[in-house]
Design a protein around this ligand. Structure first.
Ligand code: RIB
Ligand code: CA
Length: 307
């Protein structure tokens, strides 16, 4: 039985890689992709999501969501992902974008969740604005949400500030709403994403995998150095998908997480470890297995697309 999921995203180079892995994962059924302002503005994140779905030959519906955080002004990460959000990579712009909904992402999420026979897993890999809006506007959906597996936060450190990770920093008020909800959450924060970086050797292995390998390797060549060191790329968002398809790779602890919403520490995810916490914080992984999964995933995608 495939797990029904909704990916909420701000593509974004690492988002593109995560979405690609999710769309071809035999364990997952991606019911909907929703977009949010984050890495770049909403028009670019939405265009990137639609172009990617078309590039991959999928018909997954896409719906545009919040352009701005709940209260704060949008802060982007175009320095990391390029002004377009996908570096210098040019996706073919297909005329007549068939799979972009004319309804707001939150409305589409509500319908997918309420009409699903199986509880739906939410996979937010950008700021949590849409998820907070869903919870507040349609609380009846909570009973059919299996869990939230998100990329965001950190038990230790930050990347937008010394104490705040970007997705939480952009919309701390939304993040507080989500983390305060007693919905089961798995937090793939910087603690795990920085550990499970991909090597240049891994990227070299996949660059020959047809158009998808070429796309991924070219995107990563544009991925800013703050996210990649000389020989490693931190593909943050990919952790959420591999957590869902290969949970045995990961280890962590249960916690409650308090989000700081004001002042110099805004966006900090204060992590309190407790056995009965509703948040599972990923803290360790079999890194070599993660890297093998990266290579084998894109080999499978290549063979499926061009085999
Ligand atoms: O901090 C990393 C996160 O911020 C990732 O989701 C990346 O895509 C950016 O959105
Ligand atoms: Ca992202």
């Amino acid at each position: 039985m495939k797990t029904p999921i909704i990916i909420d995203t701000d593509p974004g180079i690492d988002d593109v890689i995560a979405i690609t892995a999710g769309l071809f994962a035999e364990e997952l059924d991606v019911k909907l992709i929703t977009t949010v302002g984050g890495n770049v503005g909403i028009e670019n994140t939405t265009r990137n999501a639609v172009n990617l779905v078309n590039f991959l030959g999928k018909d997954t519906p896409v719906a545009k969501g919040a352009d701005e955080p709940l209260l704060n002004k949008l802060v982007t990460a175009s320095a990391v992902h390029g002004e377009s959000g996908v570096g210098g990579y040019q996706f073919e712009e297909k005329a007549g974008i068939a799979n972009l909904s004319n309804r707001h992402a939150v409305e589409e999420m509500r319908d997918v969740i309420l009409h699903s026979n199986e509880p739906v897993t939410l996979v937010p890999i950008g700021p949590l604005t849409n998820i907070a809006l869903l919870i507040k506007m349609y609380p009846e959906t909570k009973s059919n949400i299996k869990e939230i597996v998100l990329m965001g936060g950190a038990a230790q450190g930050g990347n937008r500030t010394p104490v705040a990770e970007f997705n939480i920093f952009v919309d701390p008020h939304a993040a507080k709403i989500v983390f305060d909800e007693q919905i089961k959450i798995t937090m793939c924060g910087l603690d795990i994403t920085r550990l499970t970086s991909i090597t240049t050797e891994n990227v070299r292995e996949i660059e020959g995998y047809g158009k998808v390998g070429d796309m991924v390797s070219r995107l990563l060549s544009d991925y800013d150095s703050t996210t990649s060191t000389q020989n490693h790329f931190t593909i943050h968002d990919l952790c959420t998908i591999f957590y869902l398809t290969r949970p045995e790779i990961f280890k962590g602890k249960r916690a409650t997480v308090n989000v700081v919403t004001e002042g110099e520490a805004s966006g900090c995810t204060v992590t309190h470890y407790t056995e009965n916490g509703h948040v599972f914080v990923c803290l360790d992984a079999d890194v070599e297995e993660f890297r093998r999964e990266f290579v084998s995933t894109f080999k499978k995608v290549y063979e499926t697309m061009e085999g």
